[in-house]
Design a protein around this ligand. Sequence first.
Ligand code: GRF
Length: 196
Amino acid sequence: MKKRTAVLISGNGSNLQALLDAARAEDFPATISLVISNKADAYGITRASNAGVPVEVLSHRDFSSREAFDEALHKLLIQHRIELVCLAGFMRLLTADFTRKWEGRMLNIHPSLLPAFKGLNTHARVLESGVKTTGCTVHFVVPEMDAGPVVLQAEVPVMPGDTPHTLAERVHKEEHRIYPLALARLAGGLLRPQEE
Ligand code: GRF
């Protein structure tokens, strides 16, 4: 049985697209069964609709607290019988309570070689630091931001003359390659217990 997977987004959704494309393969062990966006104008919503995947918009502005938002999020996931969750450019911090409920079943992708460069504006900070190599990381989500056991990483060179934009493009290509691989491993039960 394919694992029913939800992808949570806030924006463009190019990683969502990579997951949707990969999940079309007959032998891919997960289906993208739901997309949730906290922004009504996220382009990823169009990508989901084009792929015929149900979309729910859950605006954090409609909730008085982070706890209430996360509770509604959890309810939606349960309603849709979701088994696995992929955060893909979802720009909301999740409560510890919520992350514990999905522990071992929720992945995130971050555009750096974690534990280096946690947080926002990653590529600008990478360029400022002068490092010669960066990359991206798929990891399990734990209460602490951009932490949690690493599932897959890919390295990308930093080139002379790079801007945050050119670097982001190079990293994105690798994100689109490793996120589907990581989801396939989780959904296919191929991750060793210590990684879960
Ligand atoms: C990606 O760089 C991802 O690593 C980060 O947010 C960005 C989302 O891009 N968490 P997209 O919406 O998937 O195009």
